[in-house]
Every structure is written in C-alpha cells, then in structure tokens.
Design a protein around this ligand. Structure first.
Ligand code: SF4
Length: 225
C-alpha cells in the first residue's frame, strides 16, 4: 500500500490555463521556513512516504533548489516545465510535465536530456481542446506518445458556453466517458488513497486521504503516520 505526501509550496503560476484545477491562483508562495520543510520531508521519507511536489508552480518557492539537492533522487514533482533546467531536474526521482499549449516534437525535445526521469506528460482533455489534442497527438514521435497520459477535465459551470460551442457530439461522449470512468475509479479505489495526504503549506491546511476536506495544520509531523 503506497503512502504518499503531496506538498504544495506555491499558489503562483506563470500560466493561466483555462482548465486549471487549482485556479484561481492567489499568487501566494509558502513562507514556511525551508528547514521546517526539510525536516518534514525527512520525517516522511523515514516513514516510507513517497514525496511529491504539486502545483501551482513549485519553482516559485525560493529555496526549492536547496531542497531538491538535499534529497537527490528521492523527490518527485509535477511542473509545467517552463523553469526547467536539466541539472536541477536530474536531481528529481520522477517528473510529471503538465502540457498546456502545444503538443509537438519541438515541445518535447526540450525535455530530451531528462527523458528517463519523466514519468508522464499529462494533457488535460476537455471539450475545448479535444480535437486539437487528438490531431497533435497523432503527429508526434511514438517515443513521446508512450509517456502521454490524458487527464479528464471536470467542467465548471462557467465554462459551459464555450465548451458547448466547440463540442462535437462524439467528442462530448468521449469526454463524458473518460470523466465517468475516472470518477468511478476514484470511488472504488478509496483503499488506494487511504495513505495519501496533501499538505498545503500556502493555505496551511492538510487533506487527509487526499480528500476534498481540509483541516488546519497544528502539529504537522503528527499528520504522518
Ligand atoms: S501551468 Fe498548471 S498550475 Fe499553472 S495555470 Fe496551467 S494547469 Fe494551472
């Protein structure tokens, strides 16, 4: 049973993706002392947690490079890749690149030197970008295709008009299908999420079982079992 700690150090991002799960961004960055974060990570690793950084964009946290150097090859991250630096990225254990604008061979060559570290390229598929995503996907090298993971988008009421306008009925069916499947998996996989927690060091709350319920952080280390 995997134990996971997701750490949020920044609610700031240089992008403004329509479909962002985390929007609107407050633009705030964690003010938690870096040594407290180091201590939390050490504690988590000693208790066999896998440690992941989650967005918005973690690279805005000023001491992130100090942290990843200290825990070389032990931490993972989801990032938009805009602040990518081969040396820093090689210090991670696993990297997930979330893709935003284009899916092209040119985009992927930027990550050539860290290809082996990349666990996945995530593309959010929604009504708005469905046709473009499929077309772009078919045009790229299979090497990159192998690592692409499609993530269903959970539409918001405010997006409805735009979505409906661009939507073909087959696209709509497909999106509904993968979204329902994803939700079903989340429901039936409660065991999987049992030992996953998210600690948001910007809002100073944590989410037990990766659930949508936040609880203020009092004594952070007691959260980790
Ligand atoms: S890059 Fe990621 S965190 Fe930033 S706006 Fe886009 S989806 Fe959101």
């Amino acid at each position: 049973m995997s134990k996971r700690l997701y750490l949020v150090l920044s609610d700031k991002c240089n992008r403004k993706c329509e479909y962002c799960f985390e929007r609107p961004h407050s633009g705030k960055i964690s003010t938690t002392n870096v040594e407290d974060i180091v201590s939390l990570i050490s504690d988590a690793l000693s208790k066999n947690y896998e440690v992941y950084f989650q967005g918005a964009e973690t690279f805005y946290y000023p001491d992130i490079k100090y942290i990843i150097k200290k825990f070389e090859n032990q931490l993972s991250i989801t990032t938009n890749g805009d602040f990518i630096n081969d040396y820093d990225m090689n210090l991670f254990k696993e990297i997930i690149i979330s893709i935003h604008d284009e899916i092209s061979n040119k985009f992927f060559t930027k990550f050539e030197k860290i290809y082996n570290k990349i666990k996945a390229f995530n593309i959010v598929v929604h009504n708005f970008n469905y046709l473009r995503v499929i077309k772009d996907f078919l045009s790229i090298d299979t090497k990159y295709r192998d690592k692409i993971e499609f993530v269903p988008y959970f539409s918001r009421a405010t997006d409805k008009t735009k979505d409906d306008y661009y939507l073909s009925s087959s696209a709509k069916k497909y999106i509904e299908h993968i979204t329902k499947q994803h939700l079903r998996e989340r429901k039936t996989n409660t065991e999987k999420y049992k030992n996953w927690i998210k600690v948001d060091l910007v809002k100073m709350v944590f989410y037990p079982n990766f659930a949508n319920k936040n609880i203020p952080i009092n004594n952070i280390k007691e959260i980790l079992l």
